[in-house]
Design a protein around this ligand. Structure first.
Ligand SMILES: Cc1ncc(COP(=O)(O)O)c(C=O)c1O
Length: 400
């Protein structure tokens, strides 16, 4: 349509949202569908956080706020970064946006000029490359392998850096693989970055609290203080606090960058929801004891998925360190024929046939920059997960 902007031609709608919508439509049509596409916890927002929101409404905290966050939330974020990441930020170095998504978007819009490159290890969260493209930059994918645990090697990072590199986006634990860098692995990457002062680091720590088996989370500016002046440390309440719908994300970074991001926000959405901001103060400052309770359940579900998927014919599923995703390879199913008589040429075909034959909705790995594979979000009821894995086993077993 000629009326639409050219910039729209550079991007595509989110594949994860597309799968969720398709599963919802099939369900509405009466099909028994198990959706493993959505990246959000199935747990409800904890009661103390809901109550903080109700209290905020009753106090009349229902007006416009400071564009990039109320002072109370910025102060809570400052304390969080100190307490959990040993990072010192001043309130003027903190920004709060409508979800982590808006914070990333603001940072890219505020910094990218045409031709600027952004290094993104693949598999990546679907939105990174498209946001870079929308902001006029060039995403540079560095493809990792299952054998390397989906982690970027320092040599690969070194090779990807050019004079045009503006950012690298790191995401550990990762969506879609669940892979998380150990301190030693991350240090190897920060050692490379120290040598390239023109490259800034955007670290998306959204899944910080979702790690299992005593894994110790770390973040680049904590490991390598030399990177502090050029790192944006990003986080949010969506995943750990089960607050995806509340839409609050935040970041700490150098003041000039934070100010520029606020300018973008001031001319687009203005402040994030006042009520959700007050709820987020409670999330960060209130009891944290539900996190290990949730993590115990997530870990059991991860182990269930890994074990059941590895018993499915043609599937190979590594065990990730964190988040609530597994990213199995379906290489062993390619070129086979489904019970409907259709050939599976790639992972897109695999997920389509799986949805049509067995009513299990997953997302194709190629949407995240690495196939043939698929992503399962195990943030769903354990019984549904078990049933879904049984159906995947049956589907794979039926391929000829
Ligand atoms: C890696 C990653 N970063 C950022 C986000 C965005 O989170 P929010 O809901 O806070 O916008 C998500 C959500 O799926 C994610 O997986």
């Amino acid at each position: 349509m000629v009326f639409l902007a050219d910039s729209l031609k550079r991007i595509k709608p989110s594949a994860t949202i597309a799968v969720t919508d398709k599963a919802r439509a099939l369900k509405a049509a009466g099909r028994n569908v198990i959706g493993l596409g959505a990246g959000e916890p199935d747990f409800d927002t904890p009661g103390n956080i809901k109550l903080a929101a109700i209290n905020a409404i009753e106090r009349g905290e229902t007006k416009y706020t400071n564009v990039d966050g109320i002072a109370e939330l910025k102060a809570a974020v400052v304390r969080k970064f100190k307490r959990e990441n040993n990072l010192d930020y001043k309130p003027s170095q903190i920004t709060v946006g409508t979800g982590g998504k808006q914070v990333i978007y603001n940072a890219l819009m505020a910094t990218l000029n045409p031709g600027d490159e952004v290094i993104i290890p693949a598999p990546y969260w679907v939105s990174y490359p498209d946001m870079v493209l929308l902001a006029g930059g060039e995403p540079v994918a560095v493809v990792t392998t299952m054998e390397s645990g989906f982690k970027m090697k320092p040599e690969a990072l070194e090779r990807a850096i050019t004079p045009k590199t503006k950012w690298i986006i790191l995401n550990s634990p990762s969506n879609p693989t669940g892979a998380a860098y150990t301190r030693t692995e991350l240090k190897a990457l920060t050692d490379v970055l120290v040598q390239h002062p023109h490259v800034w680091v955007m670290t998306d720590d959204m899944y910080e609290h979702l790690v299992y088996d005593d894994f110790a989370f770390t973040t680049p500016a904590e490991i390598e203080p030399k990177l502090y002046e050029r790192t944006l440390t990003l986080n949010g309440v969506s995943k750990a606090y089960c607050m995806t719908g509340w839409r609050i994300g935040y970041a700490g970074g150098p003041e000039p960058l934070i100010k520029a991001m606020a300018v973008i926000q001031s001319q687009s959405t203005s402040n994030p929801c006042s009520i959700a901001q007050w709820a987020s103060v409670e999330a960060l400052e209130g009891p944290q004891d539900f996190i290990p309770v949730h993590n115990k359940i997530f870990k059991e579900r991860r182990d269930l998925c890994v074990s059941m998927l590895n018993q499915a014919k043609g599937i190979q599923c590594p065990k990730p360190e964190g988040a609530f995703y597994v990213f199995p390879s379906c290489a062993g199913t390619i070129d086979k024929t489904s019970p409907n008589g259709r050939k599976i040429a790639n992972d897109q075909d695999f997920v389509t046939e799986l949805l049509e034959s067995e009513g299990v909705a997953v997302v194709q790995g190629s949407a995240f920059g690495l196939g043939p594979a698929f992503r399962i979000s195990y943030a769903t009821r354990t019984e549904d997960l078990e049933e879904a894995c049984t159906r995947i086993q049956r589907f794979c077993g039926s391929l000829q």
